[in-house]
Design a protein around this ligand. Sequence first.
Ligand code: SF4
Ligand code: SF4
Length: 398
Amino acid sequence: MQVSDDASAALRKCVHCGFCLATCPTYQVLGDELDSPRGRLYLMKQVFEGKAPTATTQQHLDRCLTCRACETTCPSGVDYHVVLDAGRAAVDAQVERPLGVRFKRWVLRELLPQRAVFGAVVRLGRAFAWLLPGSLRRQLIAPVGAASAATVAAKAAPTVLLLQGCVQPALRPNINAATTRVLARLGFTAIEVPGAGCCGALRHHLDEHEDALDDARLVIDEWWPHIFAGAKAIVITASGCGAHVADYGRLLRDDPDYADKAQRVSELLTDLAELIEPEAARLFASAKAAPAQPIAFQSPCTLQHGLRVRGAVERVLEAAGYPLTPVSDAHLCCGSAGTYSILQPELSRRLRDDKLAALEAGKPAAIATANIGCQTHLASGTTTPVHHWIELLEQRLA
Ligand code: SF4
Ligand code: SF4
């Protein structure tokens, strides 16, 4: 079977040491080698070598959260997600899922990236919230604070492109609004280009790779005039989308029309906390005087393992005066993982409950995160408020 060069190079790096087993959430819960990174790499190698995959092979790959904790742990630098992309595509081409599962995946990939349609569903859900189970109701709770993202600042200010995204504007519109206002305090004009919606991560994780590339091309087309005009950075408030956009350069490297542009977009991607951090002490000099409530920070996998941004959000929150409570096993996934919570509900719930126990052990007044998926997933299992950290930061500037 023909496998891409980067996937076979990544696969060859594995020396089967098994260090990754200790940090893999699915191996920790299920205890099956085939639900570990090493086991899945072994299964995919067999498929690449011509062995016919079965529904069981597919199940082991489906159970992977793509959390990439194994990449952080691996001493050989195996790019596990690159192999997984190729492995899932190879298996899906040979094994058809049951009709009900195919329908569920079709609904997810068609509904979630459509901002207008998903927004209407969310509004409907809120109108009839009293009919819904508590966990779903908590996911749909209307955000606190102003929802309009006023993209205003001095005309001469450097511009920053802010991805609007697909599900986030309907679920928590205040996240980008708060980001815009905080960036304005730092002297940036944040621009949300309305046509730049879904980055493609959703469809990519549902293994619709060609559709996901089209989503990426659309976003690049929408951003390109602003990049050409000198936009200084691209900021994405959902780390799940950020990790995917960081990969645009690789994903579109064989497209002659988009390879260079995609690479440029990936290079311009700047982590929001790292953008704020150099100015944080100045920004919060007065806020530090007033006491703030203790916060537990959940670092999403896409932030710590995908984007490899570690500690920046925590430092910014501390600069704003928030005491951070200790969180054990902070490297482990909360079980959200894109559409995983819908497609693998039992495993997902187990991981969520373990994560909430770790987050709430220090009795925080609120939980902070950096990804809309983790935010709504965690909120479904607790009455402790769950916010995006930028909203908490803005509260300290008020
Ligand atoms: S993926 Fe890395 S850590 Fe895991 S078995 Fe292979 S070399 Fe070892
Ligand atoms: S991506 Fe996460 S769930 Fe998948 S094999 Fe690696 S550590 Fe395990």
